[in-house]
Design a protein around this ligand. Structure first.
Ligand code: HGY
Ligand code: MN
Ligand code: MN
Length: 396
């Protein structure tokens, strides 16, 4: 069946290619309720409208596009449109675009859903603006406390509450959404693969078997702010030195836990002057491993090793094992494709313990993600849409 293609890409990837380009970092920076996110929301709403889907934004900022009347036990597919800073073009949007393409094909083929169906676009999956991953799905499922979320602030000190107000979004009912959850009979997320698994397996698509346990922490190192020139080396209490040692200790700790990963993605000195010894340094820690216990043990080991003044947990996503019945159903629809563990977190992982959930991965020939080099060949994108279309046919 036809797929809309332009300039050798999926037409929609092409259509949104200018939105949120980050000239400084490269790639894309598309964060909740900032201009690029608002523009992508508009694009999705318009695109869903072209397919005569009825669109509504729920109490947590997630967008639902219904094919027919909303109802309980719906077949739901989708992903997210936001990105990491300087992220790739496919992480998130590929799942949303593939859902739109699959619906377009089913409509062209004269299919009429026998049960409620929706495309779902989650808010702030990356947590890039407010620091907490899977914000929209976490609020919907009650895993995130709305009071805590309202008080979260971005790098400019703007709170979630103020950002929402500025975007004209009411947060009066933010939080657990029983009605929305009751509507999800099954959730399928298609996503670009974020590693080399499918390159090594030589397959354009795969199903997800699991997601690593993962979390985010902020570590703070304190010292004595002072003059870079007037302070002898022997008289310094420089937190930047402690932070530098900590980065190496974090790497060594992760190497000592089989299959674990630990990353310091952001580090900032306060006050941050070239001729100033910092008074404090904060860094983010992203730690992941194949079970909740080993991730917690890894972080305990890191905390012991680095001697930070303070350690705060910002985000926690337990290990996910996807529903094997759904995987069997997906395999029946798309054939014997490999099963892949995911090192990356997803909204599907947040939903996995509240609704039958599955994921379809599409090969990324660079094996790179969360960077401008993230890519998916057109033929593999079409294979992903073929797979999603077959799955939806079987479920609808
Ligand atoms: O960080 C992750 O694993 C996902 O991309 N949000
Ligand atoms: Mn991501
Ligand atoms: Mn993603």
């Amino acid at each position: 069946m036809s797929t809309s293609i332009a300039h050798g890409h999926l037409a929609d990837i092409d259509r949104i290619a200018q939105v949120g380009q980050d000239r400084k970092r490269g790639g894309y920076s598309r964060h909740l309720w900032q201009a690029a996110d608002l523009e992508l929301r508009e694009w999705f709403i318009q695109r869903a409208g072209d397919l005569n889907l009825d669109v509504e934004t729920d109490r947590n900022g997630n967008i639902w596009a219904w094919w027919g009347p909303p109802g309980e036990g719906a077949v739901v597919t989708g992903s997210h449109l936001d990105s990491v800073p300087g992220g790739g073009a496919f992480d998130g949007p590929l799942g949303v675009i593939s859902a739109l393409e699959a619906v377009g094909r089913l409509q062209q083929a004269g299919v009429h859903p026998t049960k409620p169906f929706a495309i779902l676009v989650f808010a702030e999956e990356e947590g890039s603006r407010f620091g907490v991953a899977c914000l929209g799905s976490g609020l919907m499922t009650g895993k995130l406390d709305p009071a805590r979320v309202l008080a979260l602030s971005d790098a400019d000190g703007i709170t979630f509450a103020d950002a929402a107000k500025h975007a004209g979004f009411s947060t009066s009912a933010l939080g657990y959404d029983k009605e929305a959850l009751s509507r999800i009979g099954v959730f399928i997320e298609l996503h670009v693969e974020q590693g080399r698994g499918l390159i090594e397996l030589g397959s354009p698509t795969a199903l997800a078997s699991s997601i690593l346990a993962h979390g985010r922490w902020t570590l703070t190192f304190k010292g004595q702010g002072n003059h870079a020139g007037a302070t002898l080396m022997a008289d310094r209490d420089d937190p930047m030195v402690a932070a530098a040692r900590a980065v190496l200790e974090i790497r060594d700790a992760a190497l000592s836990f089989k299959g674990a990963r630990a990353t310091v993605g952001k580090i900032s000195a306060n006050p941050g002057g070239a001729n100033v010894i910092a008074s404090s340094v904060t860094m983010t820690l992203d730690a992941r491993a194949d079970s909740d216990e080993s991730t917690r043990a890894l972080v305990d080991d890191i905390v012991k090793r680095v001697g930070a003044k303070s350690v705060t947990e910002d985000s926690w996503s337990p290990e996910v094992r996807f529903d094997s019945d759904i995987a069997t159903k997906l395999r029946k629809a798309i054939g014997e494709v490999p099963m892949l563990p995911s090192g990356a977190g997803h909204d599907a992982g947040v939903l996995a313990d509240v609704a039958p959930t599955g994921m379809i991965f599409v090969r990324n020939p660079t094996g790179v993600s969360h960077a401008p080099e993230e890519f998916a060949e057109l033929a593999d994108c079409v294979a992903g849409i073929d797979a999603l279309e077959s799955v939806l046919r079987g479920l609808l």
